[in-house]
Design a protein around this ligand. Structure first.
Ligand code: PXP
Length: 239
């Protein structure tokens, strides 16, 4: 049975659009948990464009399920993670000019760098997940760096413009998940998943967790946060 972890970044995006203090991603996280989410995710970006240090602190104090902090593998963020103590850190690449995370980590190119971040985080009892493209080489490198989990980037699948392209991209995700399973890595999937394209994952029982943000926040604006979360849980719970 797969779990849903809800990313609350875009609640903070709406707040930042006005530069005031509502809506509060911390309250949204509480509602997501009440609706049955089994994890809360936030991305503390270096430019603090949505989630800020106060949000992270309060989320740490209030999240009852599992707090997953997404961050770049840089010293400033590792220091903040060590001070805050999320249950899990997901390392992601980060470029200032991007609208959202655009691709997975190039672990193969910087194994020593990622190994150092993993050692510091795991030394403090924080589990580490690597956000990677569906590429068996990157999965193997993540394992070699000591990752506990790989989050397979589903963005290219989500952006497919035809059924044949979607089938091809989904096939890459399946192959990557099989390779992760061989290394005994736990498997998450995320990026660009919505109420329609997530249904194909019924055929991928290897994924333990779905990491979903934007589509839930977008639906929540119209139907309310708890309902939007419950409707996504209904879709993923039997996968
Ligand atoms: N996983 C990772 C690593 C991400 O960076 C994001 C976007 O912040 C997500 C999942 C969620 O993507 P979306 O908001 O498109 O559901």
């Amino acid at each position: 049975m797969a779990r849903l972890a809800v990313n609350v970044d875009h609640v903070a995006t709406v707040r930042q659009a006005r530069g005031i203090d509502v809506p509060d991603p911390v309250l949204a996280a509480g509602l997501a948990e009440l609706a049955g989410a089994e994890g809360i995710i936030c991305h503390l970006r270096e430019d603090r464009r949505h989630i800020n240090d106060r949000d992270l602190r309060l989320l740490r104090d209030t999240v009852k399920t599992k707090l997953n902090m997404e961050m770049a593998a840089v010293d400033e963020m590792v220091d903040i993670a060590l001070k805050t103590g999320p249950d899990l850190v997901t390392l992601v690449p980060e470029k200032r000019e991007e609208l959202t995370t655009e691709g997975g980590l190039d672990v193969k190119a910087k194994e020593e760098h990622y190994k150092r971040s993993v050692e510091r985080l795991k030394g403090a009892g924080i589990e580490v997940s690597f956000f990677v493209d569906p590429d068996p080489g990157q999965i193997k490198a993540s394992h070699q760096c000591g990752a506990d989990i790989v989050e397979i980037h589903t963005g290219h699948y989500a952006e497919a413009r035809s059924e044949s392209e979607a089938i091809e991209q989904f096939g890459r995700i399946v192959t990557a998940a099989e390779s992760a399973a061989e290394f005994d890595l736990r498997i998450s999937v995320g990026h660009g998943l919505n109420y329609v394209n997530v249904k194909r994952f019924r055929t991928l029982p290897l994924a333990d967790e779905y990491s979903i943000g934007h589509s839930i926040v977008a639906r929540a604006v119209l139907v309310g946060f708890e309902r939007a979360v419950r409707e996504m849980i209904e879709l993923v719970k039997d996968f």
